[in-house]
Design a protein around this ligand. Structure first.
Ligand SMILES: [Zn+2]
Length: 249
């Protein structure tokens, strides 16, 4: 399986392949994988860096914003030269400079119920690194219906959350945890390093899932407290009355 790697790839990925859990077979799985990342902001910056560095073959980046000065304390894909540019273009430039082996599909748009299926349906796995509950629910609903694995991460203040939605029967969905978006959310401070921790964890969970490994986060939510440097797991149950996956749905 490994024989068609180029000399450049053998050198670039040698430390991945040395891991018995990965090997060249795992590297080939990553190279064949199609992954979408929703959001090229604080969490998405870290996740995209590590997915591209690891050698994921095809990555779709979805973000409809432009780079602003106030983004730079956490969104490490972008720099001063990118101010005013589309985030997807800035992300493309940074990631291509890191690993030109990755094919990058750019979607300069905000996901909604009308466009989401076409953008996500061809992917093996989706990482939600968006910054609002409406998008998180639209993404989770689409991944559930299209039977795509989802790794969802969120941050606020010094806190971070991470969970995996596995569309296989018997697993809870995102709406089992959060049936509807909260009625009111106000902007919070975010420290870049906290978003980076969650983006790294999200990328790692995605890479393991792409190897065919099971995740402990399909029935649990990981909560990170960056102020106390503490990780906690919270059990997630399937809700019989869930609006998406409940009985009769
Ligand atoms: Zn559910």
């Amino acid at each position: 399986m490994s024989s068609d790697f180029s000399a450049e790839e053998y050198t670039r990925y040698s430390r991945n392949a040395m891991l018995p859990e990965v090997g060249w077979e795992g590297q080939a799985r990553w190279r064949a994988a199609k992954v979408a990342v929703v959001g090229a902001g604080g969490i998405g910056s870290a996740a995209l860096y590590y997915l591209a560095a690891a050698g994921v073959g095809e990555i779709s980046i979805i973000d409809g914003d432009v780079v602003e000065l106030s983004n730079l304390q956490r969104q490490i894909l972008h720099n001063l030269h990118d101010l005013g540019r589309r985030k997807v273009e800035s992300a493309w430039e940074t990631l291509t400079a890191l690993n030109p082996n990755c094919r990058l599909n750019l979607h300069d748009t905000r996901l909604d119920a009308a466009n989401i299926r076409d953008i996500l349906k061809e992917n093996d796995l989706v990482l939600d690194a968006s910054d609002n509950f409406e998008t998180r629910l639209v993404v989770a609903d689409c991944c559930w219906r299209e039977k795509i694995l989802l790794v969802s991460a969120a941050v606020g203040g010094f806190q971070g959350l991470l969970l995996v939605q596995d569309p296989a029967p018997g697993h809870p969905c995102y709406r089992c945890l959060l049936p509807q978006p909260p009625s009111e959310t106000k902007p919070e401070g975010i420290l870049g390093a906290v978003a980076g921790v969650m983006g790294c964890l999200q990328a790692l969970e995605a890479l393991k899932l792409l190897l065919g490994r099971k995740s402990d986060l399909t029935h649990q939510m990981l909560a990170y407290d960056g102020l106390q440097c503490r990780f906690r797991h919270h059990k997630r149950e399937k809700r019989p009355d869930c609006p998406l996956c409940g009985k009769g749905k």
